[in-house]
Design a protein around this ligand. Sequence first.
Ligand SMILES: *Cc1c(COP(=O)(O)O)cnc(C)c1O
Length: 393
Amino acid sequence: MLKLPVYLDYNATTPCDPQVVDVMLPYFTQHFGNAASRSHAPGLYAEAAVALAREQVAALIGAETQEVYFTSGATEANNLALKGAFETYASRGGHIITAATEHKAVLDTCAHLEKMGAAITYLPVNKDGMISLEELEAAITPQTILISLMYANNETGVIHPVKAISAIARKHNIIFMSDATQAVGKIPVNVNTDGIDILTCSAHKLYGPKGIGAIYLRRKSPRVKIAAQMDGGGHERGVRSGTLNVPAIAGFGKACELAAELMDKEAERLATLRNRLQTALLEIPGTFVNGSLQHRLPHVVNLSFEGVEGEALMMAANKSLALSSGSACTSASREPSYVLKAMGVPDELAMGSIRFSLGRFTTEEEITYAITAVTGAVKQLRALDPFAPNYTI
Ligand SMILES: *Cc1c(COP(=O)(O)O)cnc(C)c1O
């Protein structure tokens, strides 16, 4: 028997891998030491766990251990990166380039910096969700201090041309930051071959615990310096003060180790399942894929169903499927997703969008179930709408 609801919202969060939990548990009780207490064994034991985790996180992204700093997650890491870089480099110019489809943790931080005097360029995207490299280069001014473009989009799975972006950033001596939260652990990410100077990620998107993440800061050519946003005991070599969450960090490390091990096979397995789901759902008339088919994470598909509200579809399938609709509830009004809007998806279709994101525990059987449930729900909702065109299903 299937366990319901079938969870297809792995881009929102992932369950902890049981192996991750096993690694974490002793650090709550038996090995509870403060990693900053170097004067006794319990502290040193905790410090060793943090050191191992730092190696595991660094290894997954091709970084040096001294370049990885733990934060409470990607939201904090993005805030730290953007605010910290602005504070450090504002004297050289206060211009930052980003894109309209970035995560809110980047966009809202940029909006905050605008109030502090920063000039922000929000690059547009095409219907596939891709930026134009020509537009990126044309946006660069002598005041540009940072280019912040995500690795892969959380709503559509669209992957930015990171290597080409970093080449442009390098050519103009501009720091390149990438929110790689959806990419790390899913597809190969390497700060050196990708040319990333600041990278942010989060454990709970790759089968680790919630409330822990990391920021990578390049140490050499260029040496990236960002002003700390949290003052205190000088933990994480002054980049992020606050007693380290040792159990979460140990779990994050294990999650990275597992991801490195499983990545290739999982990407292939999930792409096959995703493609099966996509092909079957595209059989429903008036169904469209949002985002590039070519430059996309293997486990994600964002679909719009004409004449059906994403929210209603989720309600209809509520007990059977855990999904995410593209629309965000902002107070009373339902707004279409700003990501899809930026891609030029008409409001009506953007309101009818659903993100399917598969993961480590997704099975063939679950996909079969999802296909039947979604097809049924779309049919049912269209039948209820007296103004619906004839979709012939
Ligand atoms: C989930 C996510 C974040 C936020 O990460 P938290 O660790 O939950 O704060 C930031 N950026 C992207 C692209 C994400 O998917």
